[in-house]
Ligand binder design. Structure first.
Ligand code: NDP
Ligand code: PYC
Length: 345
């Protein structure tokens, strides 16, 4: 069954089809001062996250986008400036705008370079990223390319062995094509839990598992509010996640010319939520590599993983949720939908 644009499934839940949700989110962005291009790009990104069940970066983020735009912290009308700097290197100054329109502006040049040189780097600076990272890499895998991206965020993670926060939640996303089925994609924060999920747990009054964060005195806590109110997160996997988070700071900020997670000060912009940092993408054309067809090789790896009992690959949950959303619509609770409609007025 294909979902109708809008239908009620229960008294407190309604479903929208993807296009209807994109349109609603686009109206919100436009209403709060973005250009039409930026509104479209962010609406597609955010609706895609909601459709795939990536709830910490779906419509949950809309009030944060709106308060940030209203605070004057980000330029919703920014026009990214793309620089072709070397055979395998593209730079973009996002102009204090969002990172996704900067990627969109550089995408065709980046792909052209990756296909001709075999590998290309995209360094985005002066940018705000408030979203899931997988939407930035997955489309390259659908084109037969391998893609890796990192983005840094805002100081809220204590480096392993330190006693105060410095790093951001700093996700890493990777996508690779495979012969049979959806691309292999993972996207993970290098903190033990994403900041968005801590906010969601606090809102629901839930406790967190052990080992996620510390309170304002640096003591371990499972209370999300204690983490949000003066506390901090920990890296995943102790010194290993901490090293990866450090790498993200280096690649996404030092290498791009963007801010480190600790370098920007948004205190004069009450309501600002979007980290003003940088983002790096590396795109590889596997057809240049030696050996058998890469997509066949990645398929073989998946076959072997399933052979040893693996049931779930990273990305599987999202893709099955995507299929469900296509068939049944994207379910939103009535209050959330009413709030979104109010923001669009
Ligand atoms: P999760 O821990 O939920 O998931 C991380 C990855 O592991 C996903 O690819 C997920 O696939 C996969 N996965 C989860 N559970 C399993 C399992 N049991 N078996 C196999 N694979 C599994 O993500 P995080 O909480 O670390 O991050 C959430 C989001 O927050 C990300 O999209 C990230 O980009 C975003 N974020 C954004 C930031 C920014 O600055 N813009 C900062 C920090 C985070 P699947 O998706 O299919 O479940
Ligand atoms: O969930 O950690 C997070 C996050 C930071 C910036 C955007 N999302």
């Amino acid at each position: 069954m294909t979902a109708s644009p809008e239908m009620a499934v229960s008294s407190n839940t309604q479903t929208l089809d993807f296009d209807a949700l994109v349109q609603l989110l686009e109206q919100i962005f436009l209403r709060h001062g973005t250009s039409a291009d930026v509104a479209k790009t962010l609406a597609l990104n955010c609706a895609g996250a909601e459709r795939d069940g990536a709830h910490s970066h779906g419509v949950f983020r809309i009030p944060g986008y709106v308060s940030t735009l209203n605070s004057g912290w980000v330029n919703g009308q920014a026009v990214p400036v793309v620089e072709d700097v070397a055979s395998g290197f593209v730079r973009v100054d996002a102009g204090n705008g969002f990172a996704q329109p900067a990627l969109a502006a550089a995408r065709s040049l980046l792909m052209e370079k990756a296909r001709s040189a075999g590998i290309a780097v995209l360094a985005i600076r002066n940018s705000h990223h408030f979203a899931a990272l997988w939407p930035d890499v997955e489309p390259f895998a659908y084109e037969g390319l391998v893609a890796l991206s990192v983005v840094n965020s805002m100081t809220c993670v204590v480096p392993h062995g330190a006693d105060r926060p410095l790093f951001g939640t700093n996700p890493i996303a990777f996508a690779a094509p495979r012969a049979d089925g959806e691309p292999i994609v993972f996207d993970l924060a290098t903190s033990a839990i994403a900041h968005g999920d801590v906010q969601i747990a606090a809102r629901k009054g839930e406790r967190l598992p052990e080992g996620m964060g510390v309170d304002s005195l640096g003591q371990p806590t499972q209370d999300p509010k204690a983490i949000l109110e003066g506390g901090a997160l920990l890296p995943f996997g102790g010194h290993k996640g901490s090293a990866l988070s450090m790498m993200v700071e280096l690649l996404a900020a030092a290498l791009t010319g963007g801010n480190f997670s600790f370098e920007f000060d948004w205190s004069n912009h009450p309501g600002a939520k979007t980290p003003w940092t940088g983002q790096l993408l590396i795109v590889i054309d596997p057809s240049k590599a030696a050996g058998q067809n890469f997509a066949e090789r990645s398929q073989e790896l998946v076959r072997q993983m399933h052979g040893v009992g693996l049931k779930r690959l990273p990305g599987d949950r999202r893709h099955s949720q995507r299929a469900k959303s296509a068939a049944q619509g994207i379910a939103l609770d009535t209050e959330t939908l009413a709030n979104l409609r109010a923001l669009a007025q």
